[in-house]
Ligand binder design. Structure first.
Ligand SMILES: [Zn+2]
Length: 96
């Protein structure tokens, strides 16, 4: 496998190339990095709309609950966030 970065040095990796170098540009062209960037920007807008908002159930005892700022009713994470998490293979129950 040969990695080429602009005019930089050619780096030989220890593992063989999965795709021949002659197909790398074609692979990128067919998978449209501009589309991938637009998809990520769209997903970030969805995340921005579907934020978690806390509110106090009882100010005296400090109990709190929360809701989605877009869906308002229902549990959080809402279905939109769960769909995004599934798309990115993220388990919303895991912290980190
Ligand atoms: Zn939502």
């Amino acid at each position: 496998m040969v990695l080429v970065s602009g005019d930089g040095p050619i780096v030989h990796a220890a593992v063989p190339d999965v795709w021949p170098q002659s197909q790398d540009a074609t692979f990128m062209e067919h998978n449209g990095p501009d589309r991938i960037i637009r998809d990520c920007q769209r997903d970030l807008r969805i995340l921005d709309r579907h934020r978690y908002k806390r509110y106090a159930l009882s100010p005296e005892d400090g109990d709190q609950a929360g809701y989605c700022t877009a869906c308002v009713f229902g549990d959080y994470p809402c279905d939109e966030i769960l769909d995004l998490a599934m798309e990115y293979e993220i388990n919303p129950g895991e912290s980190g």
